[in-house]
Structures are given as C-alpha cells and as structure tokens.
Design a protein around this ligand. Structure first.
Ligand code: PMP
Ligand code: GLN
Length: 394
C-alpha cells in the first residue's frame, strides 16, 4: 500500500493553476514567480561555474563560501551573529529546509502549532513526521496574532511552532508586538520555532521584517529558514538556508544528509557571489516590486475591486464579496482561468479548517502590460460571475 498522507493529497493549487494557465494560454497571476529573468551577473556567474567550476558533490552542509556569505548577509541586514560553521546548512530550497525541520525535530505525537493560512507543504510533512498539527486561524484584513489565540493552542505537548513571516498569501509583515508575544509563549512552553522567512527581503515601504530568532529567549530555540530563490527572484534555483543553534543544526544536518545530501555546487557558488556582491539589488528589487504592486492595486480599484493592503511578498489579495463577487474563491478562480483567461490562487487552499473562502491572491511580480491585461480579464470574470448562480459545477 502507498502512504495515505501523500496519496490522498490533491495536486498543489500552484501546480493546478499554472497547469490550467499553460493549457488554456491564460495570463498567470497565480503561482508566485517573477517574469523577469533575475539578476544577469548572478546568472552569468552560474553559467561560468557550470562550464568551468566544480561540478561534483560539494560538502554535505554546503559550500563554506556560501555558508559564510549567508552568515555575513544576516549580520549586515538583520544584526544576527550566526556562526557559519556550526549554525548554517545549505538545502535544496526552503522546501527541503522545512522537511528537514519537521523530520529532524518532531517526535511521534508531538504537537506542532501551525497558523492558517499555511503554506501547503507544512501539514503533510508534519503529519508524515508523526506530529499532530494544532491549527489556529489568522483572519483578514490584518492577519494578526493575539494572546487568546496562542492561549487556545499552546499546551504541555507543544513541541514546535511554525511561523511564516512575511506571510504568504497574506502579504503582511507581522509587527514586533506579535513576534514578542509568540516568543513569550515559545519560551514559557519550551517550544522550538520553525521560522519560514523566505520573503524577508521582499518588504515594501515602512514595513520592517524582524527575525524571531532575535527576540529574547529565542536564539537557542529558533530555526530560521531563508531562500535564495526569493532573495534574488530566481525561484527555480531551489537554494535554501537553515540557520539554527548547534544543538538544533546537528539534528537538521543529519536529516538533510538523507533528504538531498547536497545542492548543486555551481548554483551555491553563484548565490554566494550574489550575496557578497549585491550592489543595490536589495533596495531596487523591493522598490520595483512595490511599483508593480501599486499598478495592480490601482488598476483593480479602478475596476471596482476591493483590494487588501500588501506590505511584502509578491502577492496582493482581493476581497471577493467586497468586489461584488458572490462565488466562493475557488469557483471564481476556476471560472477566471477557464472563461476569462487569467489565473489566480484561492486563499481557501491555505486553510484546512474554517477556511476563509472569500479572498483571491494575485501575484504582481510581472510586467506592466501583463498586470494591465490581467486586470481587464479579472474585470471580465467578475462581470461573468455576477450573472451566475452562487456555485459552479465541479
Ligand atoms: N515557504 C513559503 C512561504 C513560500 O512562499 C515558498 C515558495 N514560494 C517556499 C516556502 C518554498 O521555497 P523554495 O522554493 O526555496 O523551496
Ligand atoms: N511559493 C509559491 C507561491 O506561493 C509556489 C511554490 C510552489 O509552487 N511550490 O506561489
């Protein structure tokens, strides 16, 4: 028999929507990836390294030059004091880092707190690791944590808390107050925090990302996960980082060695070079994305859509009922891709219980013309939807 946890899963919503967009020739504002090819000097470096660099197995924990560059990057940008040799492991994307965290840190029956909306890999991997998820829902438009919320899920059996910040799909950067509250609960319950911070560099305007590992009592109990894919807009590269105190890194590295063992050395070296030679990338990249976010938000508002605020990630959300759409988010997104030629992501896909079914996520890391045409098509989808009954055939 095959494993029930994985075999019962549907194809991820990102693959489903991108597949429909490919088949139908639709504009894809669903899955989060930029249509810009990414920084040319870093890609050129990777190409040189494929031709003339070292293409055999690199060290299991990652190239020292990349681990040093990661520690130096976080020291410069977030004031952290990571020891590259004992606290930084390179993984094949944040996806592998998350898998290593759950498989390496969870014992059978441990409770793992997960905030919904939750990135899609968390729950199946936690369950496969023997963990028991305890779900707690964040709600639009602010998606904030509260003391009551944490009191309702933390228990003597809590082993791990998973925090995604900045939050995909919400597009918010949690304020210091919420992070301090979560840190207080982690310390009081002796829990480990797995922090999925892949969007840490994609933050706009006055919003500031603060790593949970920097909060009092968290240095020894936090696993910080980053992704070069998001830092440099090279989502297909799948180069990720696991940063944690030596006690945790030991277990994480032992898990990593049997998940992928290593990550392509040429891409690792190119990412190391990018982190050491970013020029003004970490300023221009968010500034350009902010302009794209504004263009999409303004276009949508002109068409009468109700847009939630976005201060980070590639995403902004639309409140469907507030935009005159009576259909649920999944039905509306299916109709938009099939009948209006534009793909989006229903936010209900990020919830297992009590789903918020009225929000649609749009990716704005696209060319202006694509965003403008996307708005026109979404407006057409909305016009079709208002003439429809409340549900569609599956
Ligand atoms: N976590 C979150 C919140 C993400 O949005 C993503 C990808 N978009 C990942 C993890 C996976 O990152 P990677 O591609 O580096 O595996
Ligand atoms: N993180 C991307 C998103 O939210 C998707 C990554 C994937 O398809 N696994 O769109």
């Amino acid at each position: 028999m095959v494993n029930a946890i994985f075999s019962s899963l549907p194809t991820t919503i990102f693959e489903e929507m991108s597949g429909l967009a490919r088949t139908l020739g639709a504009i894809n504002l669903g899955q989060g990836f930029p249509d810009d090819p990414g920084p040319a000097p870093i890609r050129a470096r990777a190409a040189e390294l494929v031709l003339d660099g070292y293409n055999q197995y690199p060290p299991m924990a990652g190239l020292p030059e990349l681990r040093q560059a990661v520690a130096a990057h976080y020291a410069r940008r977030q004031g952290l004091d990571l020891d590259w040799a004992s606290e930084v492991t390179v993984t094949s994307g944040a996806t592998e880092a998350l898998a290593a965290s759950f498989l390496g840190l969870v014992n059978e029956g441990d409770e793992v707190i997960v905030f919904q909306p939750a990135y899609d890999s968390y729950l199946p991997m936690i369950r496969r690791a023997g963990g028991v998820p305890r779900l707690v829902s964040l709600s639009p438009p602010h998606w904030r944590l509260s003391r009551e919320m944490l009191q309702s899920v933390f228990s003597a059996r809590t082993r791990l808390v998973v925090l995604n910040n900045p939050i995909n799909p919400a597009g918010v950067v949690l304020p210091e107050e919420d992070l301090a509250l979560l840190a207080e609960f982690c310390v009081a319950h002796d829990a480990i925090a797995v922090c999925d911070e892949v969007w840490e560099q994609v933050v706009f305007g006055a919003a500031r990302h603060r790593p949970l590992i920097a909060f009092p009592g968290m240095r020894e109990r936090t696993v910080k996960i980053g992704s070069a894919g998001k830092m440099f807009g090279l989502t297909g590269w799948k180069v990720g980082f696991l940063c944690a105190a030596p006690r945790l890194t030991h277990a994480l590295a032992r898990t990593h060695q049997f998940l992928t063992f290593t990550t392509p050395p040429n891409l690792q070296a190119a990412v190391a070079w990018g982190l050491e030679n970013p020029d003004d990338w970490f300023e221009t990249m968010p500034r350009k994305l902010q302009a794209s976010r504004n263009r999409l938000a303004e276009g949508l508002r002109r068409e009468g859509f109700s847009v939630l605020s976005s201060e980070g990630t590639y995403f902004l959300n639309v409140d469907l009922p507030g935009s005159g759409v009576g259909l649920g988010d999944r039905d509306f997104c299916l109709m938009a891709v099939r009948e209006a030629g534009v793909a989006a992501i229903p936010v209900s896909a990020f919830y297992e219980h009590d789903p918020v079914t009225s929000i649609m996520r749009l990716c704005f890391s696209k060319a202006d013309a694509t965003l403008d045409e996307g708005v026109r098509r979404l407006a057409r989808a909305r016009d079709l939807a208002v003439r429809r009954p409340a549900t569609l055939p599956a």
